[in-house]
Design a protein around this ligand. Structure first.
Ligand SMILES: Nc1nc2c(ncn2[C@@H]2O[C@H](COP(=O)(O)OP(=O)(O)OP(=O)(O)O)[C@@H](O)[C@H]2O)c(=O)[nH]1
Ligand SMILES: [Mg+2]
Length: 217
């Protein structure tokens, strides 16, 4: 489709641009989460991601146009070298586990260490427990995820379901708001982004079966 120059200019127009990398074990649902964020659809059968896929969506946050570039990485070990090369330019990382598979939660510290090793020093990290619709098969308690998030100083934990449209937009909105807040701080302190501290208090939000809406670790 041919776009007029006015349409193109409108699409290129934004107040903030943030690069977010999505990581985690294979088959936790990273691609489904990104697809849902991009187009609001869920497809049950997904191919394993080969290397890295790129998606972009603009959000309106407090009257500002925020462009979120999302890098959906392959969880399979054989793509590790390729995916690691994308960490450096990311402003934020979303680490995903499957709350029905304990092993994917056990891998989270490994993913955090990868980020610490290959990512920028001031990268913001958030944790998501996907497949919250499969609550009968839950193997990871939200409380355990909160404890881990607190231990590693992550921004937040949210339980999501790409299948049932739960918390997907909220994940990216929360991340966008945090990045905007840090960026504003950067503007106030002029040119000190690389030295900004990453010790924002964790904001832990759940939509778990208990009905509890906040976890104040
Ligand atoms: N029940 C349920 N299944 C999901 C959900 N999200 C993803 N799945 C299923 O989980 C499987 C893996 O999803 P993907 O999105 O391909 O997983 P991935 O993390 O991108 O995997 P890699 O690309 O190999 O890293 C697919 O069969 C999806 O249909 C969810 O929210 N609920
Ligand atoms: Mg994938």
């Amino acid at each position: 489709m041919l776009l007029s120059s006015a349409t193109r200019a409108a699409e290129d127009d934004f107040d903030y641009l943030f690069k977010v990398i999505l990581i985690g074990d294979s088959n936790v649902g990273k691609t489904c989460v990104v697809q849902h964020f991009k187009s609001g659809v869920y497809t049950d059968t997904q191919q394993n991601t080969i290397g890295v896929d790129f998606t972009v969506r603009s959000l309106d946050v407090d009257g500002k146009k925020v462009k979120m570039q999302v890098w959906d990485t392959a969880g399979q070990e054989r793509f590790r070298t390729i995916t690691q090369s994308y960490y450096r330019s990311a402003h934020a990382a979303i680490i995903a586990y499957d709350l029905t598979r304990w092993s994917t939660f056990e891998s989270v510290p490994h993913w955090i260490h990868e980020i610490e090793k290959y990512g920028a020093a001031n990268l913001v990290m958030m944790l998501i427990g996907n497949k919250a619709d499969l609550w009968e098969q839950r193997h990871v308690l939200f409380e355990d995820a909160c404890t881990l998030a607190e231990k590693y100083g992550l921004l937040a934990v949210l339980e999501t379901s790409a299948k049932e449209s739960r918390n997907i937009d909220e994940v990216f909105l929360l991340m966008a708001k945090e990045l905007m807040a840090r960026n504003s701080l950067h503007l106030c302190t002029e040119g000190t982004l690389s030295s900004l501290p990453l010790d924002s208090s964790p904001v832990l939000v759940t939509q778990g079966p208990s009905g509890k809406s906040h976890c104040t670790c």
